[in-house]
Design a binder for this molecule. Sequence first.
Ligand SMILES: NC(=O)c1ccc[n+]([C@@H]2O[C@H](COP(=O)([O-])OP(=O)(O)OC[C@H]3O[C@@H](n4cnc5c(N)ncnc54)[C@H](OP(=O)(O)O)[C@@H]3O)[C@@H](O)[C@H]2O)c1
Length: 285
Amino acid sequence: MTADLHPIDVDLNDGTTIPQLGYGVWRVPDDEAQPAVEEALRVGYRLIDTAAIYGNERGVGRAIAASGIAREDIYLTTKLWNADQGYDTTLRAHEASLKRLAVDTIDLYLIHWAAPPLGKYVDTWKALVHLHEQGAVGSIGVSNFHAPHLQEIIDATGVTPVLNQVECHPYLQIEQLRAWNAAHQIATQAWSPLGAGKGMLEDPVLTEIAERRDATPAQVVLAWHIAQGNVVIPKSVTPSRIAENWAALAVQLEPEDIDAIEGLERGERTGGNPDTADYAGPTPE
Ligand SMILES: NC(=O)c1ccc[n+]([C@@H]2O[C@H](COP(=O)([O-])OP(=O)(O)OC[C@H]3O[C@@H](n4cnc5c(N)ncnc54)[C@H](OP(=O)(O)O)[C@@H]3O)[C@@H](O)[C@H]2O)c1
């Protein structure tokens, strides 16, 4: 059943596209990343989201190589870690990610956090612009940037990120930032789209909609993201959930469901605030 489902391709501002539903691998150890990503690819996912700090780029690369799927049919995202921010360090970190992933090109390279206290995101963005101009990366974007950070890098380079990957789910709907992104042709990609396994899926509003629509709460939440126009990258290492999340593509919500989910907003973050977060720690080898 799931083999017949296809997410739409979302247009990006550099003329490329990205699948609207993908698969994320935060907190998946390197040796578990290969079977997990292989399973996701088998189910139908073609967008894989990793990061240097996840320490699993090698496992992701092994899964891509073992999948038998042509490299150009898989959309691969990785992210530059905070410790590597800065112009020259970014160029070196990009090379290191390519080596670990064992690929020639990354489809989407993101600055993982603006990390304003470091004061380096403008130089870091200039390095990503350089990589893109050289044809070394497919597309460039950011993660965990708020509007003032985005405006600053756009003003400094004239180049607008294709995408901003930020925390977003029914308890943190970031309506203003999504509107700002959209007004600037920046796609919004939702991280922790299911609320990171912290109980949101048991919310009675979500379980009630799920029952009415013959779906699961996770599927309802993913269908809501898709209806909002978000690009979305749920993570699961559980094969049944990997398939369940993909099957959300077949779930149809009605306007009253969307209204009810809108009412769940409570400004509740599961992760850091992009204005202040400057997570330290070295990039894994
Ligand atoms: N840019 C950033 O700073 C940033 C930050 C966080 C995340 N991300 C990206 O976004 C991806 C997704 O975010 P996330 O991993 O934090 O959280 P998430 O996708 O919202 O939730 C993952 C959790 O939900 C569980 N789960 C998955 N599908 C489920 C289902 N159908 N029913 C019930 N539970 C389900 C998973 O359990 P099992 O795995 O045990 O099945 C896991 O505990 C990450 O993997 C990463 O790629 C980026």
